[in-house]
Structures are given as C-alpha cells and as structure tokens.
Design a protein around this ligand. Sequence first.
Ligand code: SF4
Length: 138
Amino acid sequence: MSEKIIVSACLAGLNCRYDCASKEKEDIVKLVKDGIAIPVCPEQLGGLSTPREPAEIQQNRVITATGTDVTEKYENGALEALKMVNMTGASKAILKSKSPMCGYGEIYDGSYTGKLKKGDGVFTKLLIKLGIKVESRD
Ligand code: SF4
C-alpha cells in the first residue's frame, strides 16, 4: 500500500476557507485523485461555519477579527482531523501556509495587518508533536 498524505482541503480545491474560497493546486488534486492524499479541513471539522470570520493567533489563543475566542473550536477540529491521520496511517502532511490552523513555520501575527511571525497553526503543532512530517504550501 502506498504512503498516504494528509492535505489541507483548500489546497485540494474545496471551498472551505473562511471566505468560501479554495487555494487549489493541480498537483495536490492529482494526489487526491490518485488515492494518495486525503483532504481535511480542521477548521470545518471543529464546527466552524463557512463562510466564517478570519482568525489569527494572539498569545497562544485563536481570536477572530472581531475578538471572539475560537481556540476551543480550533483544538477540537485539530483532534478530529487527527482521526483521519490515524485512520489512514499517514506519515506526512502538506498544509496551507500562514493559516492559524494549517500554517507551518510562519503564521499571521495576530494584528490583522498581513504581517507574519514565526509559529505553527494549531493542527500543524499537533502533527509535529506526533512526529508527522509537515510540508507547507502557499
Ligand atoms: Fe484550508 Fe486548513 Fe484553513 Fe481548512 S483549516 S481552510 S484546510 S488552511
């Protein structure tokens, strides 16, 4: 059986981002079609609606643009998405850059000005902790 890869669902063309858009990448779609990649959107799995308010990480909490603390939904969503990792035995993930859930290495800094800071999204952090190899995609 070939290696399975978890991918951010928005990279696979699903319109699951906060603004109902996707960030479709042809090579990721092909991986899904070939049965190698499994798309997940941890934000939706955490019970957040689409569309939804954008959120950024401020001092280890996930806060929407109008100040609602959605940390618990993010944590629940990451745990739900983790079930897919465990079910498929995936050892690698390709995740959407800069997102407070899927970002790897750098994320928006919490000021809603488009600035970045070092850090990982909530789902990414969980995967790294569990030894899953993470790759970031713009
Ligand atoms: Fe894409 Fe991840 Fe955000 Fe879902 S949580 S929209 S998969 S970046």
